[in-house]
Write a protein that binds this ligand. Structure first.
Ligand code: IMP
Ligand code: MG
Length: 187
């Protein structure tokens, strides 16, 4: 069994999610919002956050899978936007579990702001922002930054609250640092 040390407790997460929800409510000020969760890691953050939002809200999911070919180069990102609601003239907030290199959210923002295939396009959002639960320090390779975040964390591989290691541990109610018996993936 891998050893997992708690980094952020369920209680700390709850407090941070409430804070982010408050910031979003204040900023959007009852303007209709579309929150798009990035599958699969955002599932818990999405579920907990939207239940704290008392405002006009649509929710959708978008899939982004990165294939990291070698140890240091991020692979190409495959985006599946088939399940998106209409985004035309909507205020859109992308939601992901963690901002690591930033490649995923940066590519998704580019994709949504100027969709490559106009006929299949969900439409151009009026505004586009990003929120993450975790922001891993010192890893960014892009200029964009999340507009909302729960915690900054050191450069360690974490699991739980939606985040996985080989698809395990997403269900943990806390965020923990994993010390695997098998080697970690290198991003
Ligand atoms: P980015 O494109 O490098 O910012 O990576 C974002 C994605 O990599 C996240 O959505 C996660 O799926 C994954 N990821 C990055 N760091 C971790 C981690 O520490 N634990 C689990 N998944 C991670
Ligand atoms: Mg992810």
């Amino acid at each position: 069994m891998d050893r997992i040390d708690v980094l952020i407790s369920a209680e700390q997460i709850r407090t941070a999610v409430n804070r982010v929800a408050q910031q979003i409510s204040t900023d959007y000020h009852n303007r209709p919002l579309t929150i798009l969760g990035v599958m699969t890691g955002s599932l818990m953050f999405l579920a907990d956050l939207i239940r704290q939002l008392d405002m006009p809200l649509q929710v959708g999911m978008i899939q982004a899978s990165s294939y990291r070919g070698t140890q240091t180069t991020p692979g190409t990102l495959r985006i599946n936007a088939d399940f998106l609601p209409r985004l035309e003239d909507r205020d859109v907030l992308l939601l992901d579990d963690i901002f690591d290199t930033g490649q995923t959210l940066s590519a998704l923002c580019t994709h949504l702001a100027a969709p490559a295939v106009p006929s299949a396009s969900p439409g151009k959002p009026r505004s586009l922002k990003a929120a993450v639960l975790l922001w891993k320090e010192g890893r960014q390779t892009v200029t964009m930054q999340p507009d909302y975040f729960g915690f900054r964390i050191p450069d360690q591989f974490v699991v739980g609250y939606g985040l996985d290691f080989n698809n395990e541990y997403r269900h943990l109610p806390y965020v923990g640092v994993v010390h695997p018996v098998t080697p970690l993936p290198v991003a």
